[in-house]
Design a protein. Sequence first.
Length: 400
Amino acid sequence: MALLMDTRLLLRKIKDLRSLTSKRYRVKEKWAATRAKYPPTTLALRHFDSTYSTQLGKLWPSIRVALLSERKYGALLNNFSFDDIPEDYEAQGCRDFIRDTDTEAQPRLQQESEFVAERESDCVSVQNADADSLQLPPLQLSRNVKCLVFPRGDITRFKPAKPDKSGLLSYYLMDAASVLPCLALNVEDGHNVLDLCAAPGGKTLALLQTHSLGFLCVNDASVSRTMRLKRVLRSYIPKDLLTDEKLRITSFDGTMWGEVETNVFNRVLVDVPCTTDRHSLLEDDNNIFNKSRVGERRRLPQLQTELLLAGILAACPGGEILYSTCTLCRSQNHSVVEQAIQLAQENHGIQLQVVDLRPLTHMFRKTFHFAPDLPLGEMVVPHLAANFGPIYMCKLRRLT
Ligand SMILES: C[S@@+](CC[C@H](N)C(=O)[O-])C[C@H]1O[C@@H](n2cnc3c(N)ncnc32)[C@H](O)[C@@H]1O
């Protein structure tokens, strides 16, 4: 009863306030007429239900449930911070997934061959026991990149990181699967690296943690997102490493990169804009399934192909390019890679080799669920027990 009275009083007050506002300044509420019938998140779910049930078959229902549930984060440790990992995280069973690779958790995939992980002083080397038959070169992973995750099935959240005595934050929260493209890029000492679509900077930070970079070029077409990226870098990286001799930050259209700077970089990360499946299902703001963005969404595969081609041109012969997205969609994943390989050959005479990432997926099968039998590349698929991804990645090596 009291609540009803309070509500009535409140409504009367609002009415009085409205009568105080001069008619000129009153805004007529049109929302009922103009509001979209279906919010973008609903449109995204319908679209995914129709395309992914065909593309992913019986995997789709469980991926769908995971995508609609709370995602899991990893804490990328900042080697430049003075602070150690909070002890309570370790006590709660948190572990660095990059080191903790030795026990089995996921059923073996069909046709999977045996891989052996060897530990060396500065890097973790993964070899294929059937290397002769499959000819997989060993994969070197930087020992310096560390990312904490809570155990499978544990959805405890990390607290926001606090600044250390020099003002740097001790960890960066991101989808732990987003670290995989940076590991797969396999940066070696002195390498010149281009991060073509870098903002807000999670993968840039992971690349910097390797301590191997000769020169790093960081780019993002969006000026506002580049500003955000700069803020992230200032919060994690000491000032003396953010100098012009070591780092260049630009806001160019990445599709034009290959026309300006070609055959330069040892490693190129092409982490393209995509339908960002998780975001599209959960947030109506800035959602690419908004009716007004239909054209932009349809043009994505074209933009992605142009960005990947620009990355291929920017790499030097012998250099490696890592293409990644956070969508499950085939037309934005392996179809883009196929198209870019063809265009590189036909229009630029560049021969490319697809690098087999199975050693990497085998190594991390305890932490992530990977899609089986993709025609090209590898993909982390969301799962309720390990709710990371989706992350698609495909690695190319320039032969010429
Ligand atoms: C998936 S996000 C990159 C995420 C980032 N790599 C990270 O790990 O934080 C894709 C980015 O591509 C940028 N982008 C879109 N079109 C671009 C273009 N033509 N050239 C370069 N960047 C572009 C967007 O502004 C967006 O920040």
